[in-house]
Design a protein around this ligand. Structure first.
Ligand code: OXD
Ligand code: MN
Length: 599
């Protein structure tokens, strides 16, 4: 399809405006076909961006520019009309001023390049929870990765042509080519010219200067979280930074769990976990994002808006995530910033087989013990979710899956117990709003200080987080049948003892906690009511076959009253940031916690 074939005047004039501003050499409207994928991958191979791997099959290796390896939160802006609507956790910029800055940056920025227009759906195209987007980009790497991470399809273009709503996404690597100028393998702009901008009121995303995942694959963090969180607020649903898993008991009973953890807390590992308890099964619906709407039966239904996994490669192994390893063995993957072996495979830290040598992500020779890492710590794989051997049968169900429980958590070496059930919805929202991890000694603030990341949404909430808390409270208060709301839990896999050793083995053993949660959702599973919530009673967790001393079990499952009292001022200071946008209910929850701890 060509630009001239388009009939919808809104779509056509939007694209034409960007063509006029960016002056690409040509415009291609994408159709999501395998031929298009292969064509773009071949272009990238010819241009030196991709190397075709020998293993796994149909896979490509890629190195980014050294400066373009991660999301750039300092260059990420929420451009709402009013600064207060972006809130204290976002970088705000005046929308009109930002449009001026972007107009100057985008003028002529696609010279010498092809403009691709990608019609994509977040979620199965026919799902009532799904939404459409159109991404304009000058990067074939983005086209290939969007094929893997979203549903790119001519069907979406046809729906948008017919008037369906869509989010306008525009992306450029910000590196125009002069006549006869040779391209580089990874074109991008320097950090001070990178802009990842969101216009929540008009549902637009404009991204300049970076080719890296979260900055450039605009369906993921920019649309499915920052813009979708605003749409969800306005339309009465939830767009969350959550994995979705299906949990099946040995008796064949099923529960669906959605879980929010900050980046790098093992979400992908939990979503694909191999349970250690006999007869239990975990299957994957999603590993990063959940969109949830109430169904006519009053239950909350979730879809995974993505079609692939964009996972952190280092640390992925048969021990940490065997099903991710198997997913990748199926091929059709893109590896960015890992090492590459001499026989055309990939390598990253903690991989099961260590090669004698490889070439690292910075093109330097690498050997085990050389003192450097072969892969960048944020090296990524992109791979279709359908290839996951434990993908749940329902993962593409347009109706979504009914959520029974929410899990929140962070990395807490002290104070926070292994598992805790919220006393009710409002207390659950309080738990989400106070999610935190300890900072390491290396971070400003120092060891022991908490870094709060409410609902793991701080980098991804497209509006004032105080209003976001209010939205969660409102959904609970307005639920047609409160008994059908998911139960809310807080877990902490990362508790350590005085010697700094992990108390809980994690990985497949986490299913012991999932089993207790499963039982609680059924109105069973014993718990003791404490000042901080309902904790598993001493005999409620199935610890059969696990080597855990009585002392460690006690530490994992008891309330550290002194520790909690000590963190109260930090929670107070965290809440104070939201000023009068903090819902009164949360201030009351904090007061109630204080008085429960004192009594
Ligand atoms: C991610 C993140 O890339 O949360 O998923 O940072
Ligand atoms: Mn994430």
């Amino acid at each position: 399809m060509q630009l001239s074939d388009l009939r919808n005047p809104v779509l056509k004039s939007w694209i034409q405006e960007w063509v006029d501003l960016c002056t690409p050499d040509q415009v291609v409207i994408c159709d999501g076909s395998q031929a298009e994928y292969d064509h773009c991958a071949n272009l990238l191979v010819k241009g030196g961006t991709f190397v075709k791997l020998d293993s796994p099959a149909n896979s490509y290796y890629c190195r980014s520019d050294l400066s373009d390896v991660a999301r750039v939160e300092d260059r990420t802006f929420i451009c709402s009309k009013a600064k207060e609507d972006a809130g204290p956790t976002n970088h705000w910029h005046d929308p009109e001023e930002m449009r001026g800055i972007l107009r100057d940056l985008f003028r002529g920025c696609m010279k010498g390049r092809t403009m691709f227009v990608i019609p994509f759906s977040m979620g199965p195209v026919e799902s009532p929870i799904a939404k459409f987007g159109m991404e304009i980009t000058d990067s074939a790497y983005v086209v290939v990765n969007m094929h893997l991470m979203t549903r790119v399809s001519a069907k979406v273009a046809a729906k948008v042509e017919a008037g369906a709503e869509f989010v306008k996404c525009v992306h450029s690597v910000g590196a125009p080519l002069a006549e006869n100028q040779a391209d580089v393998p990874w074109p991008c702009a320097p950090i001070e010219r990178k802009y990842i901008t969101h216009f929540p009121e008009t549902r637009e995303i404009i991204s300049f200067g970076s080719g890296y995942g979260g900055n450039a694959l605009l369906g993921k963090k920019c649309f499915a979280l920052r813009i979708a969180s605003v749409q969800a607020r306005d339309e009465g649903w939830l767009a969350e930074h959550m994995l979705i898993l299906k949990l099946t008991s040995p008796e064949g009973q099923v529960k669906f769990v959605a879980a929010a953890f900050p980046s790098a807390c093992g979400k992908t590992n939990l979503a694909m976990m191999e349970p250690s308890l006999p007869g239990w099964r975990v299957e994957t619906v999603g590993d990063d994002i959940a969109w949830m709407k109430f169904g006519p039966d009053g239950r909350l239904y979730a879809i995974n808006p993505e079609a692939g996994f964009f996972g952190v490669a280092p640390g992925t192994s048969m021990k940490s995530n065997p099903n991710a390893v198997r997913t990748l063995a199926g091929g059709n993957a893109v590896f960015t910033n890992t090492g590459i072996t001499l026989d055309g495979g990939v390598y990253w830290e903690e991989m099961d087989e260590v090669p004698e040598s490889c070439v690292d992500w910075q093109r330097r020779p690498w050997r085990p013990g050389c003192g450097r890492k072969a892969a960048h710590p944020n090296a990524r794989f992109t791979v279709p979710a359908a290839q996951c051997p434990v993908v749940a049968a329902e993962w593409e169900d347009p109706a979504g899956v009914p959520i029974d429980a929410f899990l929140f958590g962070g990395r807490r070496a002290g104070v926070v117990p292994l598992a805790n059930e919220a006393l009710d919805w409002e207390h659950g929202v309080f738990l989400g709003a106070t999610m935190a991890s300890e900072m390491t000694a290396a971070a400003i603030g120092g060891a022991g200080q908490l870094r709060f990341d409410p609902f793991a949404m701080v980098p991804f909430c497209g509006y004032n987080m105080g209003d976001y808390f209010a939205h969660w409270l409102r959904l609970g208060a307005q639920a047609a049948d409160p008994a059908k709301l998911p139960r809310i839990f807080y877990v902490n896999w990362f508790r350590k003892n005085a010697e700094g050793k992990w108390l809980w083995p994690g990985f497949g053993e986490n299913c012991r906690v999932l089993k207790w949660i499963f039982d609680r959702c059924d109105g069973q599973g014993k718990a003791v009511r404490t000042a901080i919530g309902n904790l598993p009673s001493p005999d409620a967790l199935d610890l059969d076959g696990l080597k855990l001393s009585a002392e460690d079990r006690e530490t994992l499952l008891s309330v550290d009253t002194k520790g909690w009292v000590e963190v109260l001022p930090q929670i107070e200071a965290h809440f104070a940031k939201f000023g009068d946008r903090l819902p009164k209910v949360l201030a009351e929850q904090l007061d109630a916690l204080k008085s429960r701890l004192q009594s």
